[in-house]
Design a protein around this ligand. Structure first.
Ligand code: FES
Length: 126
């Protein structure tokens, strides 16, 4: 397996998150639980693309900051009655270091884009 080190466990706040930038695609959000478990989800809510890394972590879930959907950290899926999942990445935690799979960073959900806020206005070059 092509595990790549991304940070130390202590770089992620307890009940908080940290974003990992990728060469292509939306960032990956790392979440740390109160029990020092680490999970990784695409930083994009399956509802309307909210930044999950800005959400509230509780138990093994995160509440999206935009409309408060609750997503499971292990599978990225919304709690009923909401439906939808955001891609989840495999995580390895070893000796206080956090690893993600390089192959997933390079290929998983790289086609999904971050939402654009507000109308797009074309500006003509002068
Ligand atoms: S965008 Fe996350 S709940 Fe709406």
């Amino acid at each position: 397996m092509d595990w790549t080190r991304v940070c130390r466990l202590q770089d992620i706040p307890v009940l908080g998150s940290r974003r990992v930038q990728r060469r292509q695609g939306v960032d990956v959000a790392l979440f740390r639980t109160a029990d020092d478990e680490v999970f990784a989800l695409l930083d994009r809510c399956p509802h309307k693309g909210g930044p999950l890394s800005q959400g509230i972590v509780f138990g093994k879930s995160v509440a999206c900051p935009l409309h408060n959907w609750t997503l499971g950290l292990a599978d990225g899926c919304a709690q009923a009655p909401d439906v939808g999942c955001t891609p989840a990445f495999q995580v390895r935690l070893e000796a206080g270091e956090v690893f993600l799979l390089q192959s997933e960073l390079e290929s998983l959900a790289t086609d999904l884009r971050a939402p654009t806020a507000g109308p797009r206005i074309a500006i003509a070059a002068v």
